[in-house]
Design a protein around this ligand. Structure first.
Ligand code: DDH
Length: 292
């Protein structure tokens, strides 16, 4: 005799919209945490879960959600992401049928969309892996390095210069935490709203090295409250990167369009296409749109 649980049919788009809605509400219940939203840390969780992909070996990526396991959960690049993982645990309890890879990437989508960003096409199909699937340390970018390192890391995932520059624009969101990465401060004045301000500020402000005992980072000369990582600043120095960064500073619609495509691609890295339930990704609605 079939148990009740076994009767559950393949979840539909509507089921995932419900998960999205639950996530969206949780992101907002941040109280005094950072700038009042869990959105940025959840975007970073989705990115670090996906950005381990290596196209040569086909390993890493969002499929197996290997950041659940040590040592990947303890890799320095993932410091602080337990905050996002623990939040998503609450959602998992409510919807036990969703895989962790689907949950974390869907959370990234919900966070971008709810923080006024572009729609991110997304579809389910990731499966939970095991501890032996964990990826080696060093697959995520190191903020102290230059253009060559950025290219090495992102070309390995299968991205080009335009996609690299678009993806790093996510630094419009959130902040650095000295107890996580060693760096400190936000990139923009509106770290919980998705905008092209990261690029605008890169070009409009004068950036000077911060005088402190922490790792090398830049601060805006005018207020001293904003920051740029060495890898962010490289986007104004490398000729090819600069071309795209300038275009995104001048045109928010172009940035939204290119970010959406690159982030959707990022979230599917490492997932065999036959695992996807839908042949085309879905567009899920924001809470606001569902009210209308
Ligand atoms: Fe990032 N990022 N990131 N980043 N990132 C940090 C925070 C956030 C690099 C380093 C750092 C992307 C690319 C790069 C977000 C999204 C994305 C922090 C601070 C460092 C350091 C962590 C802390 O102290 O809490 C480097 C280097 C790169 C690079 O590509 C060269 C990309 C591609 C994304 C993306 O989402 C597509 C977000 C969001 C945050 C803010 C997190 C928070 O808690 O707030």
């Amino acid at each position: 005799q079939a148990s009740k649980a076994a009767v559950k049919l393949t979840p539909t788009k509507e089921d995932y919209q419900k998960v999205y809605n639950t996530i969206a509400h949780i992101l907002d219940e941040a109280g005094e945490y950072d700038d009042g939203s869990f959105g940025p840390v959840v975007v970073r969780l989705a990115w670090h879960a996906s950005g381990t992909y290596d196209k040569t070996t086909g390993t890493g990526g969002s499929n197996y959600a290997t950041m659940r396991f040590e040592p990947e959960s303890l890799h320095a690049a993932n410091n602080g992401l337990h905050v996002g993982r623990e939040l998503m645990e609450k959602v998992k309890q409510q919807y036990p049928w969703i895989s962790y890879g689907d949950l974390w990437t869907l959370a990234g989508v919900a966070a971008i969309q709810e923080m006024a960003g572009p729609k991110i096409p997304w579809r389910p199909g990731r499966i939970d892996g095991v501890a032996s699937n964990v990826t080696p340390d060093g697959r995520l970018p190191d903020a102290t390095q230059g253009a060559q390192h950025i290219r090495d890391i992102f070309y390995r995932m299968g991205f080009n210069d335009q996609e690299i520059v678009a993806l790093i624009g996510a630094h419009a969101l959130g902040r650095c935490h000295s107890d996580r990465s060693g760096f400190e401060g936000p990139w923009t004045f509106s770290p919980t709203t998705f905008t092209n301000d990261f690029y605008k500020l890169l070009f409009e402000e004068k950036w000077v090295w911060k005088k402190w005992s922490g790792p090398k980072q830049l601060q805006d000369k005018k207020t001293g409250t904003l920051m740029m990582l060495p890898t962010d600043y490289v986007l104004t120095q490398d000729k090819s990167f600069k071309k795209y960064a300038k275009a995104y500073a001048d045109d928010q619609d172009l940035f939204f369009k290119d970010f959406s495509a690159a982030f959707a691609k990022l979230l599917e890295l490492g997932v065999p296409s036959q695992q996807f339930v839908a042949s085309e990704p879905w567009i899920l609605q924001t809470l606001e749109e569902q009210k209308a």
